[in-house]
Design a protein around this ligand. Structure first.
Ligand code: 1JT
Length: 259
């Protein structure tokens, strides 16, 4: 199985581990099991401290841990140069990052400020484009770029508001990047994850209601786990999915097919 996946000894950059509940951490755990070399990026010092503790807990030594603020081109460029200079070739990038101002995730979408709209787009959608641009020079053997999306990209979900618009831009960016990078044998895909109780979900007042509705409505009659997102992402980053690019893959217990 390991050789089917073809990830053993591959250098994979994991962006977006904030704590043990992060979807990116689920992906890291799956990648670690199949022998990938993991390079983590973090923004806040607090996330680095959490990350270092998590790595000790699972007894895993990261290849590198690098600071990267995706709101700044220079920071992304410097981070990927540092990574490329050390590991030589990058085979995969996981982009599991999103942010919006708290006030834009409640109330009416129509109240979104110009600044709040631009900030959500910059952090949650443009960041994928910039990451792809600065990672590309080091992805000389082909590879994969995978990002995390959510159903709010295509349906109106109460409160998701400006993030829904940012995720719509993210999913369209996946398709345009897939077209640009296909000639370099770099595949670009998104995972549309079902609701998982992560740090991002904290402070969403209706989150319990969302989880209960999914249990009732989704074909699998349950919510999905961080491990399930991690394993599907692993499949998308591996040669098991070598014919798939520009796609949005749902890991949501089938919730999105229901009327
Ligand atoms: C962000 C946040 C991105 C929460 C997110 C997110 N992607 C999914 N969630 C969880 C969520 C949030 C809402 C929701 C359903 C799921 C918060 C920080 C910014 C980035 O409403 C239907 C609001």
């Amino acid at each position: 199985m390991d050789d089917l996946l073809n990830l053993k000894g591959k250098n994979i950059v994991v962006m977006g581990v904030a704590n043990q509940r992060s979807l990116a951490w689920g992906v890291a755990k799956s990648l670690q099991k199949v022998g990938a070399n993991l390079i983590f990026t973090y923004r806040k010092e607090r996330s680095m401290a959490k990350l270092e503790k998590l790595l000790v807990d699972v007894d895993y030594e990261a290849k590198m841990i690098v600071q990267c603020d995706v709101n700044e081109d220079e920071s992304i460029e410097r981070a990927f140069k540092e990574i490329g200079d050390k590991v030589g070739v990058i085979h995969g990038v996981l982009h599991s990052l999103a942010f919006a101002h708290a006030e834009d995730l409640r109330g009416d979408f129509i109240e979104t400020s110009r600044d709040g709209y631009a900030f959500a787009q910059d952090t949650s959608a443009y960041s994928l484009v910039a990451v792809a641009k600065y990672a590309r020079p080091y992805m000389t053997e082909g590879g994969t770029i995978t990002t995390m999306s959510y159903l709010g990209a295509e349906r109106v979900l109460d409160g998701y508001n400006v993030m829904g618009v940012a995720k719509a831009a993210l999913e369209a960016s996946v398709r345009y990047l897939a077209n640009d990078l296909g000639k370099d044998n770099i595949r670009v895909n998104a995972i549309s994850a079902g609701a998982v109780r992560t740090l991002s979900a904290k402070g969403v007042p209706s989150f319990n209601t969302i989880l209960n509705k999914i249990e009732e409505v989704a074909p699998l009659k349950r919510n999905i786990t961080q491990e399930e997102v991690g394993n599907m992402t692993l499949a998308m980053m591996s040669d098991l999915s070598s014919g798939v690019t520009g796609e949005v893959i749902y890991v949501d217990g089938g919730y999105h097919i229901m009327g």
